[in-house]
Design a protein around this ligand. Structure first.
Ligand code: GUN
Length: 171
């Protein structure tokens, strides 16, 4: 797909804008739909900031739904091959698509412990990490309280969106 310019994004109708940015926020089209009303944007950073403001202004239930729209790392969807294109590429970038059995068991146990503690999946901007740093963050974030962890997960989701936008938008 050709990369879009911010100028083009500013000129599309609201439905076209949302369609062009489909998948930037995993399973959560409402974020870019709401950001459409905040146009025009001077640049990609301004678009991202508007999306971050939409996420920040959402109620706690919507924020939790956004976090819960993310698949586990090396989880069931990854095994079944049902990840979104974006998520599959991200997980592969850190080698999570080719874990050995011991690593796979460790991710499985951490995913389970994290979901038991917080009732949402562990979200981290995988493209900024290595397999080792993901595992270290997993252990460390398991010690957080829920409010801190929601804030951390939402910040990671904005970081994921930044990288997804960079791939979709012409520099
Ligand atoms: N970090 C980057 N992409 C993803 C994803 O799809 N799921 C989770 N849990 N973290 C991510």
């Amino acid at each position: 797909m050709d990369r879009l310019s911010v100028t083009t994004l500013n000129q599309l109708d609201a439905a076209g804008f949302a369609a062009a940015l489909e998948g930037i926020f995993e399973g959560s089209p409402w974020v870019v739909q709401a950001a459409a009303g905040r146009r025009p944007f001077a640049d990609r950073a301004a678009l991202l900031a508007a999306c971050a403001a939409v996420v920040g202004a959402a109620d706690r239930g919507q924020q939790l739904a956004l976090i819960r729209a993310h698949p586990d790392l090396a989880g069931r969807a990854a095994l079944a091959g049902t990840l979104t294109r974006e998520s599959a590429g991200e997980q592969a970038s850190a080698g999570l698509d080719r874990l050995d059995p011991a690593e796979f068991a460790r991710f499985h146990a951490l995913n389970q412990a994290y979901r038991e503690r917080f009732a949402f999946p562990f979200v981290i901007c995988v493209r900024r990490q290595t397999k080792q740093s993901i595992l270290a963050a997993f252990e460390q974030r398991l010690t957080h309280d829920a409010a801190d962890e929601i804030a951390t997960a939402l910040a990671e989701i904005v970081a994921i969106a930044d990288i997804r936008l960079a791939e979709r938008i012409a520099p």
